[in-house]
Design a protein around this ligand. Structure first.
Ligand code: DQA
Length: 141
């Protein structure tokens, strides 16, 4: 069975209570249960960290020895700032689809740059939590 790994960055553990006008009222844990129910033929895992180095370690270990077949990455605010995570994406050989729950291109100037996108297979942006479903679909196709 294919393994798709979701990696979420800072503050995404607060989904459901954080800026609900932008990110909605559903927690990621709750959404993830639905994802698993919908994607029965796929092993899904999820990892979240508020710490840049932990995200890098996780991406590196997911890329080792076929540990997964694809990564869905929402690096959250690090998407706009982290050369270190962008370097990790350049170094690994697993397809990565990026997700932004909100439409970062319609928000503040500092959110309009995504340092990860050059190394990604694609980007799903502004479609809410269903972006994760769409990213998995892209990785499975
Ligand atoms: C986000 C957008 C980022 O700008 C923000 O810092 C986040 C979440 C999104 O999913 O819309 O934390 O990545």
């Amino acid at each position: 069975m294919k393994h798709i790994a979701i990696v979420n960055g800072p503050n995404l553990n607060l989904l459901g209570t954080r800026e609900t006008d932008i990110y909605g009222k559903q927690s990621f844990e709750d959404y993830f249960l639905g994802l698993q129910a919908r994607w029965t033929g796929v092993t899904l895992s999820q990892f979240q960290s508020n710490v840049e180095g932990e995200i890098i370690n996780q991406l590196q270990s997911l890329a080792k020895g076929g540990a997964c077949d694809g990564i869905v990455l929402n690096a959250a605010a690090y998407s706009h700032t982290s050369i270190a995570i962008a370097d990790t994406l350049k170094a690994i050989d697993v397809p990565v689809v990026l997700v932004h729950i909100s439409n970062v291109f319609a928000r503040e100037e500092e959110r309009k740059t995504d340092l990860m996108v050059a190394s990604a297979k694609g980007l799903v942006c502004g479609l809410g939590l269903q972006g994760y479903d769409l990213a998995i679909r892209a990785l499975m196709s």
